[in-house]
Ligand binder design. Sequence first.
Ligand SMILES: [Zn+2]
Length: 205
Amino acid sequence: MGENDKKKKNAKSAYLRALELVISRSLIKYKIYSKQLLHIGGTELAIRKIVTHPAEILEKSCKAVVSFDKKLTSILNDMYDTMIEFDGVGLAAPQIGLDARIAIVDIDDEFGTIEMINPRIIETSGEQTDPEGCLSFPGLYGEVTRPNFVKIEAFDRKGREYTLEAEGFLARAIQHEIDHLDGILFTTKVSRFLEDDELKGVEIE
Ligand SMILES: [Zn+2]
């Protein structure tokens, strides 16, 4: 297969993947809305406001989580609802204005929702260059080169430490979110910003 055909095929599969994501996200959104309807007059909405650039909280290194308590659980739940509401594939705590090393990723694959508390990258290898977007930069997309493989250590909501290995798009999303916890924004890594007509199928982190 020629380089051009390969590119076309990749673009097509990225587009289909995004389409599937939108459909399944709509179903999840419906579930969230039904849940909220049941709570009318009761609990507060779980969707938080997204902090957009420029904002101080987006460019600072966040504090480590020390208590794995109910508050953490509720933050993680809100982050999930917020990520789904805005069709993202990941979200970091500073993006909802919180100074805490908490991030989630969900690219709708077999990993489900990955909750990363105090995550650390312990190994990377390879290279990938692909379009990236960010919920804190509405409408802005650019090509970013990152390692193709990543191995991380993190804690789950109950404070249990785990190790996770990922590659390709999942590895990209994980690295994008962990960058957020160090105040590093994807725009500082963009090699080329994308024009509107190049944007089909690009997912936002
Ligand atoms: Zn982002």
